[in-house]
Design a protein around this ligand. Structure first.
Ligand code: BGC
Length: 765
């Protein structure tokens, strides 16, 4: 890694660039100021437009617009010949300001890695780095300069379809991943070298807290919760150097993010010192009219530009309205110049003024086939995918499977290439994806002992309305293809397969479109078609393994009873089928842990583990009356945050603290001994939580503050030491000041958020 970083730094040095372009590089400030002084108003406004290449703007027209200085960047054009043609057009414009090209490189580019929830389940920042740097390299090779990532919206309501894209419910874990992702994509500090791409962290802010988990809904939140729980990941990405920020579509406490001056000015620019470019989300400026805070396009443009929205994505209001607004004095030239400065500054930081063709390269090197297998990073994708799976159940050690087993492989997701990729797979190509069926067949063919008997068993859903919804976009391949047979016929075939087999592996869950933008749900159940299939399979008496593919926590009470083993795979990406086979056969010992709690039912939402303390909490084993619970259901999540099994067993010693007190600015060391008491090598994730026993405001029951993943051989034991310093005790008080208050703290260490060992200490005055 250090070698690659050093290489990246070398590439970024003026020396490396000066070889490509002999002109002495100007400083960023000087270059940008000089350009601004020479730009016309129309040219300035042009720079603020981010246009999607597509049917409304064919490439020839776009090239003309660019040559006339009316476009600053594009998104969705993902190949070098097109982007070269557009860059050529920019080089013909009066001031030759280079274009930049953005894209949704979210969890991979040509190679698709696991979705956000899967990456987070690895609790492995190195895996996040591998995804981000690989995606950056591949996207850069396709002439992309900027990604609309990482998506770090905290999600605590799994009805929200975009839960899949993010990294879960916990501010600490999501913040750590946010930093790793920014560094992986950008390759360290700015300027971003070739082979890396600039990030635009999104969606600023609080998009994951839309009411009821219904996408685009309003967000209403106390400042304390915002500061404590929802804002830290954006801040972490910005502190890690993210060059851009994408602004959320939702409103916050009555004001849309796009026109929210507290958010964009006071917090982002003034408090946090953000110096990069702010990009609106798709059509968000014009949506200010529908939000009801702008009466027309003119007012929408005025609100957005005066709020520091530098780039307008996919609408024409800046183009149409800004000239008149400047003329009338409603928008100052200073506001326009500020936005232009950020856009040009970002282009500088992408290295484009030194070499506008930095990521476009020369035509002779263009790949003949964008989706060629040789362009993929399959080993990295398989490795990361293996790390992203969470073993939820494993009764009677049903898993790993015997090599010689005859497997009945059933379920609508057993052989669905497009679903392996998950939503926002962007440039991922479903024909390159290894399905579970292909992965198991390859494993069986390799050692020639076992057998796979495949039967689809069920459609994703029997609800044609849902199928229609999922196929709405009508992409090249339909998202969901229905088997025309009746449910009974399909189940009968699956049962027959089960009867001929030693074990049943059922790949069930959600089509990827069910966990996507705008795909909010009112239920977290598996669709009925699949529930019926599972019940029929259970009735055969054969051991039943559920391989789940889904983009949100599901309510699995019934499935937990029926299945012998459950493996949560999320959406594993291009190499998914091979990686799942590795886990099923035990070639890889699963070590993923949940980054989000699994409720028992939709009615239990929210179930996040780090909820505020209560005056009347429910206590396990005591009557529920007059305590905080739902009386018809077991209290607490089905699977807690941080949970996940292994094929081996681990024990944990009591927690030892280096001191019963901590001085101001001091430290306490907390240590535990972890032992692998099982028969296989495996990785444990040791999690450190802190509980503030009494504070000036209500604090969470506990909060994750550190974690360590370690590999232990059978019988091996190791001491794990955590340093708890004052920073780990800090929180936002009622005045929104980040403080550590003296008093008692409990250090809890465990293998998930519920089963922990505890030891207390006192922070002194
Ligand atoms: C999404 C963003 C995405 C953008 C561009 C929007 O609909 O909310 O996350 O980056 O489209 O594709």
């Amino acid at each position: 890694m250090s070698f690659v970083l050093a290489l990246a730094a070398g590439l970024a040095s003026p020396l490396a660039f000066s070889q490509a372009q002999p002109a002495a590089p100007k400083s960023k400030t000087a270059l940008v100021a000089d350009l601004i002084s020479r730009m016309t108003l129309d040219e300035k406004i042009g720079q603020l437009r981010l246009i999607s290449i597509g049917p409304e703007m064919p490439i020839a027209q776009l090239a003309d617009e660019i040559a006339a200085g009316r476009v600053g960047g594009t998104f969705n054009s993902v190949n070098r010949p097109d982007n070269r043609r557009l860059q050529d057009a920019a080089m013909k414009s009066r001031l030759k300001i280079p274009m930049f090209y953005a894209y949704d490189v979210i969890h991979g580019h040509r190679t698709t890695f696991p979705i956000g929830l899967g990456l987070a389940s690895s609790w492995d920042l190195g895996a996040v780095d591998v995804m981000a740097r690989t995606a950056a390299r591949e996207a850069s090779a396709d002439s992309i300069d900027m990604t609309f990532a990482p998506m770090v919206d905290i999600a605590r309501d799994p009805r929200w379809g975009r839960t899949s894209e993010g990294f879960g419910e916990d501010p600490y874990l999501v913040s750590e991943i946010a930093k790793a992702a920014v560094k992986g994509f950008q390759g360290g500090t700015l300027p971003v070298p070739a082979g890396r791409i600039m990030t635009a962290v999104k969606h600023f802010a609080l998009y994951g807290a839309v009411e009821g988990g219904r996408d685009y809904n309003t967000v209403d939140m106390s400042p304390m919760r915002m500061y404590q729980d929802y804002l830290p990941p954006y801040r972490a990405a910005i502190d890690a150097g993210s060059g851009g920020v994408m602004v959320a579509l939702n409103s916050i406490n009555g004001v849309p993010a796009t026109s929210n001056t507290w958010l964009m000015q006071d917090l982002l620019r003034k408090d946090w010192g953000f110096k990069g470019v702010a990009v609106s989300d798709h059509g968000a400026i014009i949506e200010l009219i529908r939000h009801g805070v702008a009466k027309d396009e003119r007012e929408a443009a005025k609100l957005a530009i005066n709020n520091g929205i530098d780039l307008s994505m996919a609408d024409s209001v800046y183009l149409k309205e800004l000239p008149g607004l400047v003329k009338s004095g409603e928008v100052s030239m200073k506001a326009i110049d500020n936005a232009v400065r950020e856009v040009l500054g970002a282009k500088y930081d992408m290295g484009l003024f030194r070499d506008p063709y930095l990521r476009i390269g020369v035509a002779k090197d263009d790949p003949p086939d964008l989706n060629a297998d040789s362009r993929l990073s399959r080993p990295a994708a398989r490795e990361v995918a293996r790390k992203s799976m969470v073993l939820l159940e494993n009764r009677n050690r049903t898993l790993p499977l015997a090599r010689s087993a005859a497997i009945a492989l059933v379920g609508p997701l057993a052989d669905a290439p497009i679903d392996m990729l998950g939503s926002w797979s962007a440039a991922g190509y479903s024909k390159n994806a290894v399905t579970l069926r292909a992965g198991l067949n390859a494993a069986v063919a390799k050692d020639g002992k076992g057998r796979v008997i495949y039967a689809r068993g069920a459609n994703i859903t029997n609800d044609e309305g849902v199928v229609k919804y999922l196929n709405f976009l009508n992409w090249d391949t339909p998202e969901v293809t229905q088997d025309p047979r009746t449910p009974a016929e399909m189940i009968a075939e699956a049962v027959k397969a089960a009867q001929q087999a030693d074990v049943v592996v059922a790949a069930v869950g959600e089509a990827r479109g069910m966990s996507h933008e705008s795909s909010s749900r009112t239920s977290l159940d598996l669709p009925q078609s699949q529930r019926d299939l599972i019940t029929a399979l259970k009735a055969t008496g054969k051991p039943l393994v559920l391989v789940l593919m889904n983009g949100r926590p599901l309510a699995l009470v019934r499935e937990q009873q029926e299945a012998d083993a459950i493996l949560e795979t999320w959406y594993t990406g291009t190499e998914g089928g091979n990686a799942i086979a590795d886990v099923l056969y035990g070639d890889y010992n699963p070590a993923g842990k949940l980054p989000i709690s699994f409720p028992r039912s939709v009615g239990q939402i929210p179930t996040y583990y780090n909820h505020p303390r209560l005056g009347r909490p429910f206590t396990e084993g005591k009557p529920g009356n007059y305590t905080s619970q739902y009386y018809e259901e077991v209290t607490g999540p089905l699977y807690p945050f941080g949970y996940g099994l292994s094929y081996t067993d681990f024990t944990l010693s009591d927690v030892t603290l280096s001191s019963p007190t901590m001085a101001r600015n001091g430290k306490v060391e907390a240590s535990v001994t972890v032992k692998n008491t099982g028969q296989r090598a495996g990785e444990a994730v040791v999690q450190l939580y802190i509980q503030d026993v009494a504070a000036s405001v209500v604090r969470p029951v506990k909060e994750l503050r550190d974690f360590r993943k370690l590999m232990l051989q059978p019988g091996e034991e190791r001491q794990v030491r955590f340093t708890v310093d004052e920073d780990k005790l800090k929180f936002f008080n009622a005045q929104l000041r980040r403080v550590a208050e003296p008093g008692r703290f409990n250090v809890q260490i465990g293998f998930d958020s519920q089963s922990v060992r505890e030891q207390g200490f006192e922070l002194l005055q």
